[in-house]
Design a protein around this ligand. Structure first.
Ligand code: SIN
Length: 337
């Protein structure tokens, strides 16, 4: 009954209100740069990046350019923001790479469970030639990948304790719009429901789904921990973004303006990526400090999760490319050489 009721709520598109967010007014003649995203404006790697970028653009480019940030899915959710970017309705977007499978299979690489051991490996791979090439895979759609923005690795939670994958059997987990994620959930004998980010809290609270998987920063800032039994520190999959801009818009800018914007952009991205791990750790600690349960796994327990989920790689290997998977995996061991 509760599920039927909540299915109606979701079908009607009723979502749980995010706080209002004041918007800066742009002046006549300024180039307007709109950045739409789905997370809070502060305390989250993507929110912090967007806010820091806007602060610099609006100070250093005042009179020539003006940046407006729309957090909390206020303008578009991730399922719609790429369409808006392609149409030029927004100038910057950084959807989770898991949500781009309608455009390309290549980013499915980043969804493969237990591919990266840690964020250092992610940084090594994305900085490599193959990683940098992947920034360009959306060019057929007229958008440019300006750089990777990192959140962190993901963790599972449910309305019951999860220590080994069989604990999740029979449960329903919210996933992003990703067939790799669906296969990963089904591998543990559970079922998956694709839901927009803005619907996750309500779906967990009302029991439309039993569990979810996300980064510490999303679990804390969107308060998923409040409506779950606890979080299991699985580090099973990456949550990362590429910041995209429409090619035509970028090329339409005066060369000096474009150069100034891209310089500020690159510097801010380096700064944001440099502080993402700390933000993630702080958000984990805030959940613990609030008295909620974080379950750490023994190496044997984590191995069980990996053994159950890694076989899904085989389903996606042809479309992603084995060379790419091998290159990403090799980034794990570089530090040991
Ligand atoms: C995000 O971090 O942008 C949202 C990810 C999600 O939908 O879980």
């Amino acid at each position: 009954m509760r599920r039927a009721f909540t299915a109606v709520i979701l079908a009607l598109g009723i979502v749980f209100a995010a706080p209002a967010f004041a918007q800066i007014d742009c002046k006549l003649g300024e180039v307007v740069i709109k950045f739409s995203h789905v997370v809070p404006p502060r305390g989250h790697p993507k929110g912090d990046f967007a806010r820091m970028l806007a602060e610099r653009v609006n100070t250093e480019m005042n009179g020539r350019a003006c940046m407006q940030v729309f957090p909390f899915s206020q303008l578009y959710d991730d399922e719609k923001v790429m369409e808006a970017l392609i149409l030029g309705d927004v100038q910057l977007a950084a959807p989770s790479l898991s949500k781009l499978e309608v455009y390309t299979n290549k980013y499915r690489l980043f969804d493969l469970p237990f591919l990266f051991e840690d964020m250092d490996a992610v940084q090594r791979f994305t900085a490599s030639e193959k990683g940098q090439e992947l920034l360009g895979v959306m060019s057929d759609f007229g958008v440019v990948g300006l750089g990777y923005l990192f959140d962190g690795l993901k963790h599972f939670s449910a309305d019951k304790p999860l220590l080994v994958p069989s604990d999740g059997a029979g449960l329903k987990f919210r996933v992003q719009n990703s067939d790799v994620a669906v296969a990963m959930i089904e591998a543990m004998g559970a079922s998956a429901q694709k839901l927009a980010f803005k619907e996750v809290y309500g779906a967990l609270q009302l029991g439309v789904v039993d569990g979810q998987e996300n980064s510490w920063s999303n679990i804390f800032t969107s308060r998923f921990f409040e409506v779950q039994d606890g979080i299991t520190e699985t580090n099973h999959q990456l949550l990362a973004y590429v910041v995209f801009a429409p090619k035509e818009w970028l090329e339409s800018l005066e060369p000096d303006l474009r150069e100034q914007f891209l310089t500020i952009f690159r510097e801010t991205l380096v700064k944001a990526n440099g502080q993402a791990a700390k933000t993630s750790e702080e958000n984990r600690q805030r959940i613990v400090d609030a008295g909620y349960t974080v379950r750490e796994l023994t190496p044997e327990q984590r191995q069980q999760w990996s053994d159950v989920m890694r076989p899904v790689w085989g389903e996606f290997e042809d479309e992603i490319g084995k060379d790419l998977i091998d290159a990403a995996e090799a980034a794990n061991v570089t530090k040991n050489n």
